[in-house]
Design a protein around this ligand. Structure first.
Ligand code: AR6
Length: 180
């Protein structure tokens, strides 16, 4: 996997469990209740401990396409950005725009909280059934487009859970910026 430089930021794809990453924020693929679930959401809550759920309960949920930030508690990451991806219904219900909005809001929350490093999972591509190749294009392009407005964000990781997902993201990333 080759990292790419976009302005001052280093973007890279890695295949690992996002709960192991020591970054300023990891992004969670949550649901609108913000009260936990399966997949990456379950793994993050398990690793962060019950204090995370307690803070999430104070947030009054979150709309699809939006995101809210909490502390990271027992995670190596300092914060968790809980993004609500769209459920895939075939593509005619605003799924692309909602997915892009999750990545844009993730970068915006990094900027407004002065966070330099962030890791995103492949939001909506599990239980929510968003096609993985289409999602990878939206993920990488949206982050690249959002970075100029967030110059303090210097490291972005696309944290994939399967080698296939990693390859899809790397293929898109290779078409942006320069190798580093
Ligand atoms: N680290 C990184 N990526 C992971 C991990 C992990 N530990 N575990 C799974 N993935 P999903 P969604 C990948 O289903 O589709 C939950 O119940 C996984 O392989 O976690 O947005 C929520 O509460 C896939 O590529 O999230 C919601 O109800 C990606 O993370 C619903 O699922 C997203 O898969 C959200 O569904």
């Amino acid at each position: 996997m080759t990292a790419r430089r976009i302005g001052k930021a280093r973007l890279e794809v890695i295949v690992t469990d996002i709960t192991t990453l020591r970054v300023d924020a990891i992004v969670n693929a949550a649901n609108s209740s913000l009260l936990g679930g399966g997949g990456v959401d379950g793994a993050i809550h398990d690793a962060a401990g019950p204090e995370l759920l307690a803070e999430c309960r104070t947030l009054n949920g979150c709309e699809t396409g939006d995101a809210k930030i909490t502390k990271g508690y027992r995670l190596p990451a300092k914060h968790v950005i809980h993004a609500i991806g769209p459920i895939w219904y075939g593509g005619d219900r605003g799924e692309d725009a909602h997915l892009a909005s999750c990545y844009r809001r993730g970068i915006e929350l990094c900027r407004s909280n002065n966070l330099a490093s962030v890791a995103f999972p492949a939001i909506s591509t599990g239980v929510y059934r968003f096609p993985a190749d289409r999602a990878a294009k939206i993920a990488v392009k949206t982050v690249v487009d959002a970075l100029p407005a967030a110059p303090g964000v210097t490291q972005v990781i696309f944290c994939c859970f399967s080698p296939q997902s990693g390859e899809l993201h790397q293929e898109v990333l290779d078409s942006f910026g320069s190798p580093c």
